[in-house]
Design a binder for this molecule. Structure first.
Ligand code: NAD
Ligand code: UDP
Length: 314
């Protein structure tokens, strides 16, 4: 285990689980976050942990962490379409200048650096399932471009630091991840559907609901990120669950698990909404010995239980 880890975006959904897992493995953890899309509640339980430190900072403006630093896990970035469309310039700045500052920190300390990139670098993919060798189909001026291009730039910058400056970098391309600590109002499919189903509102299905996603439970995603952090593998490597399903099937599954049924309201599909998404995880299996373990129904049940304690039913 690398001894002192810096986790940017550590007050967010995935980042807070990364902090928990690193602390459990014995590392000291410094979380850097500006709460733009995160939640102090995600790290409230760590306040009294002596090996945990919090630095409130916008990574795109630069930040300082007392050394030595052995690992930089760079997760800071808005991640839900609703968030990055609300914060378009900040999203680009975080992906560009924020990644630059995080890489500089890793370089200064000779630390391992892990970038959490995204399946969005594949855009609306023309190849299926998506392998790391596919270059993607991204609209550079569409509403999603602020996120997609920020991550593509972040991957290029990370690769340049590896090649030109000798930083020990790894790039993970996360596919859709879900679980406890997602914000109920972040606009993403799973928290939205769960909130609607638990409060008896109609479920908002975009378009016909035949578009697909492959959904990975957060514990599995974090295990993959830590496996990448422990290795010296550069990637990029897909981390996701290859079980692909249509959005309308996802709605049915959540209703079944919740034991309730609410009407479906079809809403217009977002511009450039990817139609299919499914990772090829052969590389992660070979290089990291990683594969997801949590079945969809189990992960959804655990997520439902978590939201149920926070949302009051009608
Ligand atoms: P999140 O919004 O819950 O967490 C992101 C965190 O980064 C938040 O705490 C936010 O406050 C912080 N942040 C944003 N901009 C910042 C800045 N300029 N300075 C400091 N902190 C900043 O999102 P998440 O779902 O936990 O995603 C975490 C990372 O994983 C992101 O980089 C995202 O792109 C990537 N990712 C997530 C998914 C997914 O399905 N959750 C899929 C692909 C990639
Ligand atoms: N979606 C939906 N209803 C919602 C929110 C999302 O049908 O209320 C759809 C969305 O159009 C997309 C899929 O669910 O096709 C996944 O959306 P999400 O925002 O969770 O993730 P991303 O598009 O970034 O993969």
């Amino acid at each position: 285990m690398r001894e002192h880890a810096v986790v940017t975006g550590g007050a967010g959904f995935v980042g807070s689980h990364v902090c928990d897992r690193l602390l459990a493995a014995g590392a000291d953890v410094t979380c850097v976050d500006n709460f733009s899309t995160g939640d102090a509640g995600n790290i409230a339980h760590l306040k009294t942990e002596p090996r945990f430190r919090f630095v409130e900072a916008d990574v795109s403006r630069g930040f300082d962490v007392p050394g030595p630093v052995d690992l930089v896990m760079h997760l800071a970035s808005p991640a839900s379409p609703r968030d990055y469309e609300r914060l378009p310039v900040e999203t680009l700045q975080t992906g560009a200048a924020g990644t630059n500052h995080a890489l500089d920190l890793a370089q200064a300390h000779g630390a391992r650096f892990v970038l959490t990139s995204t399946s969005e670098v594949y855009g609306d993919p023309r190849q299926h399932p998506q392998r790391e060798t596919y270059w993607g189909n991204v609209n550079p001026v569409g509403p999603r471009s602020v996120y997609d291009e920020a991550k593509r730039y972040a991957e290029a910058l990370t690769t340049a630091y590896r090649r030109a400056r000798g930083v020990n970098t790894g790039i993970a391309r996360l596919f859709n991840t879900y679980g406890p600590r997602m914000r109920a109002d972040d606009g993403r499919a799973i928290p939205t559907f769960i909130r609607q189903i638990l409060t008896g509102e109609p479920v908002t299905v975009a378009g016909a609901g035949t578009q697909t996603r492959s959904l990975c439970f957060v514990d599995d995603t974090v295990a993959g990120l830590l496996a990448l952090a422990e290795s010296d593998f550069p990637g990029p490597v897909n981390l996701g669950n290859p079980r692909e399903l249509e959005i309308r099937e996802l709605v049915d599954e959540i209703q079944r698990l919740a034991g309730t049924s609410v009407p479906v309201r079809h809403i217009p599909a977002p511009v450039d909404d990817p139609q299919r998404r499914c990772p090829d995880i052969g590389l992660a299996q070979r290089e990291l010995g990683w594969q997801p373990r949590v079945e969809l129904h189990d992960g959804l049940r655990r997520t439902l239980e978590w939201f149920a304690t926070r949302l009051s039913p009608v």
